[in-house]
Design a protein around this ligand. Structure first.
Ligand code: AMP
Length: 364
């Protein structure tokens, strides 16, 4: 069987949130069909040919899904290992399992990044559910210092499962916030700015990086991405180098998001996401190809496109009640609006985003 998909073939996507939805739309533009697998109601289902709604431990449903598609990818990195075993036995799975294993667990991820020669914040592991958790935390604090952040090793996103520790008096509350989970204590990084690189690697090993974006978070959730980031040429080149190192080390195929802290002492990797990334949504309005199509191309064995940026942009997430602004935004010149088809605008829920073109692409 050729690794190169033809239009008319079907891409399976694990996870039916907005990222899966945008992947399905990009796949459709290239003439592919998509099949979404998702345990709950899925915004992606509205734009795909097929949807399976079943839990990740439903072996029959997983196998039927895998048999109905030509390649499987994902928008969600916490797919259980057993589900992967079932799928991988039947159909190619991209990006590969190693990428998923590394990024599912913050401790594995930090250790891996350090092992391939990249800088991460000082860290120490501890089990917040252990009977002597308080003593373990005291020991970790002695190693890492304060201020620091205690994070669950698994299943954290948008700042969830995290607690700041300014001094020993915050220890108890931080441990409680972990709810008995395995955790990693991380030194708090005094960064000048947060940037991210959205990078892709094709099946021919060619790597293509989008322009780094500068990210601002609000309440632990990405608020804006401004492109280009306010960084010099040397930092930009180093950011590309870091992304390339990770992609090559993982023998990765697809799009990867790399979140970086820029500090006085250089770039530190915060975390990686083995998928399309919220801080890459600007590519829809600012570059000749968007991250979603680039990902579909990579996993389909198609050539990547040189992701030239043609415009300077600011992407703003629309969270919860921000949805009320949609009528106003929809009339703005140079504003590209993208809504995810979700109706329940709960606080903190990502409902859509808008990318405002601020001018033609300029170098910093
Ligand atoms: P994360 O879920 O790990 O990406 O964390 C969400 C956000 O919290 C990051 O984008 C940063 O703004 C902040 N943050 C996380 N870890 C650190 C750290 N070690 N030092 C400083 N800020 C952090």
């Amino acid at each position: 069987m050729s690794d190169v998909l033809k239009p008319g073939q079907t891409i399976g996507i694990l996870g039916g949130g907005q990222l899966g939805r945008m992947l399905a739309m990009a796949a459709a533009r290239l003439g592919f069909h998509t099949h979404i697998y998702e345990p709950g109601a899925a915004p992606a289902g509205e734009v795909a040919q097929n949807t399976t709604i079943a839990p990740y431990d439903d072996t029959d449903a997983l196998e039927a899904f895998a048999r109905s598609v030509d390649v499987v990818t994902y928008e969600f990195e916490n797919v259980p290992t057993d589900a992967l075993d079932r799928i991988e036995a039947l159909v190619p799975f991209r990006p590969n399992r190693k990428a998923l294993a590394v990024s599912q667990d913050r401790l594995t991820e930090k250790t891996y990044l350090q092992d391939i020669g990249l800088n991460v914040a000082p860290f120490a592991a501890l089990d917040a559910g252990a009977p002597d958790a308080a003593a373990l935390l005291a020991q970790a604090l002695a190693e890492v210092g304060t201020p620091s952040i205690l994070k669950t090793r698994r299943l954290g996103y948008d700042g969830k499962g995290q607690a700041r520790i300014m001094g020993p008096h915050d220890g108890r509350a931080a441990l409680d916030a972990m709810a008995g989970a395995e955790a990693v204590l991380e030194a708090f990084v005094e960064f000048d700015r947060e940037i991210s690189v959205i990078a892709a690697r094709g099946m021919d090993n060619i790597i293509a990086c989008f322009e780094p974006g500068e990210n601002v978070h609000k309440d632990g959730i990405l608020h804006t991405t401004t492109v280009p980031a306010n960084i010099d040429a040397d930092t930009r080149a180093r950011a590309f180098g870091i992304a390339g190192t990770i992609l090559a080390a993982l023998d990765y195929v697809g799009v990867l998001g790399v979140e970086l802290f820029q500090t006085r002492d250089g770039l530190i990797v915060n975390e990686i996401a083995p998928r399309v990334h919220n801080s890459g949504h600007w590519t829809e309005a600012g570059a000749v190809i968007d991250q979603f199509e680039q990902h579909i191309r990579a996993i389909a064995g198609w050539p990547l496109v040189d992701p030239v940026r043609h415009s300077d942009v600011v992407m703003t997430n629309l969270i919860g009640d921000d949805l009320a602004q949609v009528q106003g935004i929809s009339g703005e010149t140079g504003a590209k609006l993208h809504l995810y088809g979700k109706t329940d605008a709960r606080p903190g829920r990502k409902m859509g985003h808008v990318t405002r073109v601020t001018g033609p692409a300029k170098d910093r």
